[in-house]
Design a binder for this molecule. Structure first.
Ligand SMILES: [Zn+2]
Ligand SMILES: [Zn+2]
Length: 350
C-alpha cells in the first residue's frame, strides 16, 4: 500500500469544489472495504468518517455520504479496520525488508501482527494483572504441610470459608475450629491462624469491593466526577452525617449518611476468562445446537432477537450477556421497618 493517500485529507480544491482525486480515492476505498466480507456487518461497512470513527457500520452509500460530509477520521492512512494491515503483513513476509523504508515497514509489520494476534487465536502471554493473579495462586497453592498430598493452603481456606457461609458459623466459632485444626496438623503447616488472616489471604486474590457514598434520598451516587461533592446535587441533602457536638467530630472522621457496596464487574468478568475451564464455558452458548428444546437462555426467543438486533455483538461469542435482577428486603424483619436493602445482581448468561 505504498500509493499516496494525501487525497484522503484534501477533500476540496481551493475554489471550494470537490477534489477529483478525493472522489476517485473515495470510490477506491468503498470498493476495497466491500471486498472484505469477513469484516463487514452484512452488507454494511465500517464508517471511517470523523463522526463514526470506525465504530459504526453503514451502507456504502451512507459511508460515501458521511466521508464527503465529515471527512476521514485523522491519521487513517492505513485502512486497518478494513483489512489492510493483514494484507501488508503477508506482503512483507514475502519480501524481506531490504528497502530503504525499513523502519516504517517493521512498525507496520508489528502492528499487523498485533492485529492478527487479536483476531486469530494466537497464544499471548498474560497481561500484568493476570500474571499477578497467577503468581499469587501458585504461591497459595503450596502443600499444607511438608509432604501433604490432599490439601493446599488455598484449598483449605476456600473450603473453610464455604463451610462458614453454609453453616452460618460465627467468627468466634470459626476461630475455635481453626485453632483445633492447627493443633491436629503437623508442625510447620500453612493453615491460617484465624478468620482475619483467612479473609486477608482471600482478599489478596484481588476481587475488590468498593464502598460508594449515596444521597440519603437515593438521588445520586458520589462517584466519578461527583466523588468530591459534599451535598446531593438534586435535593441538597448533605453527604456526611452532621455532628451535633461540632468540637468532637473533626474533618478527619467524616461518616457518610448512606453507602452502597459495589463489587466491580469488569475484574470479575475478566476473571472468568483467566482460567481455561471457565473461559471455555463462556463460549459454550455458541456451540449449543438448536434442537427446539429450551434448556438455556441461548435457546430463548429473546436471546435470538438480541443476536439479530446486534449482529456484530452476537458474532463474537466471547461477548458477555448479562441478566440484571433486583429485589428489596428488610434485613431485620418486621422489627426494622425503616431499613431496607436492595441487592442488584448481575448474572452472566453465557
Ligand atoms: Zn460516518
Ligand atoms: Zn438527593
Amino acid at each position: 500500500m505504498s500509493e499516496n493517500r494525501e487525497w484522503m485529507y484534501r477533500r476540496f480544491l481551493p475554489d471550494g469544489a470537490f477534489n477529483p482525486a478525493f472522489v476517485r480515492g473515495l470510490q477506491e476505498f468503498i470498493d476495497f472495504a466491500n471486498s472484505r466480507e469477513d469484516l463487514m456487518d452484512g452488507h454494511k461497512i465500517r464508517c471511517p468518517c470523523r463522526r463514526c470513527d470506525n465504530i459504526k457500520f453503514h451502507t456504502s452509500r451512507n459511508v460515501q455520504y458521511h466521508i464527503s460530509k465529515n471527512g476521514f477520521v485523522l491519521n487513517y492512512h492505513i485502512w486497518r479496520f478494513h483489512g489492510e494491515l493483514e494484507m501488508m503483513a503477508t506482503e512483507y513476509n514475502q519480501f524481506d525488508a531490504d528497502d530503504d523504508n525499513e523502519d516504517d515497514q517493521s512498525t507496520y509489520h508489528n502492528m499487523a501482527i498485533d492485529v492478527a494476534a487479536s483476531q486469530f487465536n494466537i497464544e499471548q502471554p498474560p497481561n500484568p494483572e493476570a500474571q499477578q493473579l497467577y503468581d499469587m495462586l501458585s504461591d497459595a497453592d503450596r502443600e499444607l504441610w511438608p509432604g501433604c498430598k490432599t490439601h493446599s493452603q488455598l484449598s483449605l481456606v476456600a473450603r473453610l470459608m464455604c463451610l462458614k457461609a453454609e453453616g452460618n458459623m460465627s467468627e468466634r466459632c470459626f476461630d475455635q475450629w481453626l485453632e483445633l485444626i492447627k493443633e491436629i496438623l503437623p508442625e510447620h503447616n500453612l493453615a491460617p491462624n484465624n478468620f482475619y488472616s483467612t479473609k486477608k489471604l482471600l482478599s489478596e486474590m484481588g476481587l475488590p469491593v468498593e464502598k460508594i457514598d449515596c444521597c440519603r434520598n437515593n438521588c445520586m451516587l458520589f462517584w466519578g466526577e461527583d466523588s468530591e461533592d459534599i451535598e446531593c446535587k438534586h435535593c441538597n441533602e448533605p453527604r456526611y452525617q452532621q455532628s451535633d457536638t461540632s468540637s468532637a467530630c473533626s474533618s478527619r472522621t467524616l461518616v457518610a449518611v448512606k453507602k452502597m457496596f459495589y463489587f466491580p464487574l469488569t475484574p470479575r468478568l475478566q476473571r472468568l476468562y483467566a482460567s481455561k475451564a471457565t473461559a471455555a464455558d463462556m463460549r459454550w452458548h455458541a456451540s449449543s445446537v438448536d434442537d427446539g428444546i429450551m434448556r438455556h437462555p441461548a435457546d430463548s426467543p429473546t436471546w435470538k432477537h438480541l443476536s439479530q438486533k446486534f449482529p456484530s455483538f452476537a458474532e463474537e461469542s466471547r461477548n458477555v450477556r448479562l441478566g440484571l435482577s433486583t429485589d428489596g428486603f428488610q434485613p431485620f424483619g418486621q422489627l426494622g421497618q425503616q431499613y431496607s436493602s436492595w441487592p442488584v445482581i448481575v448474572t452472566p448468561y453465557n
